[in-house]
Design a protein around this ligand. Structure first.
Ligand SMILES: [Zn+2]
Length: 62
């Protein structure tokens, strides 16, 4: 399994597709990324399962 994975998500501000790099050896519960299109801060909340990442929820970080 790749130790780092690229996960796609839609920006909650402009709905453009972004990707985030997630280190599977130490996945964070949440992180903040700036949208590459509109540069707004996006809160990403990770749900993990035994198989790896289950879901990444993107929401506005104000
Ligand atoms: Zn955006």
């Amino acid at each position: 399994m790749e130790p780092v994975t690229e996960w796609p998500y839609a920006c909650p501000f402009c709905w453009e597709e972004n990707t985030v790099l997630i280190d599977l050896s130490a996945p964070p519960a949440s992180l903040i990324e700036d949208c590459r299109v509109c540069c707004q801060p996006i809160l990403l909340e990770l749900s993990m399962s035994m198989h790896g990442i289950e879901q990444v929820k993107a929401s506005r970080s104000d």
